[in-house]
Write a protein of this length. Structure first.
Length: 218
């Protein structure tokens, strides 16, 4: 805060009808008030100054140091709360924005938003009720597709899918979507010695029960 900032703040107090505690409108006393205020609050930021101007002009009397301190305390407490809830984008936030093309809205469900987006592309005839009922598998597939699309090759033991691509299929008995994993190896994975692992039709025993059975994506 500068001396001019203090003078402008005092002008705002006067414009609001507040009368300073001066004797005979003494210029010397006015300057002393400005200097005393500046010495006490020289560390006040631009944002805090705006809050002082807004809140202190509502008082029925010329603000005291106590009133200024109370406004600053509330302002700084609110900023601490905002800073605490302001976090750097996480990997999930980045994935959401990459897939949806936008961040989630306030109170918006991640799985529903993701499932509706994916279904609008791959299950255009599906009802909203079906999409919501199958949202977990659909959302998981949307994430898998995103990760696979961004892969430029890696050892099969480093791939979270073991070098097999996950995909969805609608169960002909239940009508629900189920998650499967292609039995053929992805062409982007390789062994530690650099050899390709294109073993079409090879089945892997276990390791995929958490997100699907090994199947042929045909």
């Amino acid at each position: 805060m500068t001396r001019d900032d203090v003078i402008n703040l005092f002008k705002a107090f006067r414009a609001a009808g507040l009368r300073p505690p001066l004797q005979n409108n003494s210029a010397e006393q006015a300057n002393q008030m400005v200097d005393a205020f500046l010495m006490q609050y020289k560390s006040v930021t631009e944002e805090e100054l705006q809050q002082l101007m807004v809140k202190l002009t509502r008082l029925p009397y010329w603000p005291r140091f106590y009133d200024v301190d109370e406004v600053l305390k509330d302002c700084r407490k609110q900023k601490e709360v905002e800073d605490k809830h302001t976090k750097a984008p996480t990997k999930d936030d980045e994935i959401t924005k990459a897939i949806l093309g936008r961040p989630l809205g306030a109170g918006e469900s991640y799985t529903i938003a993701m499932a509706e987006h994916y279904a609008a592309i791959h299950y255009k005839e599906a009802s909203l009720e079906w999409v919501h009922a199958n949202r977990l598998n659909i959302t998981a597939q949307a994430e898998f597709d995103y990760e696979c699309a961004g892969c430029y090759g890696m050892p099969s033991d480093k791939c979270k899918f073991g070098g097999h691509r996950p995909f969805l299929r609608v169960d002909k008995y239940t009508g629900d979507v189920i998650m499967l994993v292609d039995s053929a190896k992805c062409g982007r994975v390789y062994t530690r010695d650099g050899g390709a692992q294109n073993t079409g039709g090879q089945r892997r025993g276990g390791g995929f029960s958490s997100f699907g059975d090994v199947a042929s994506n045909m």
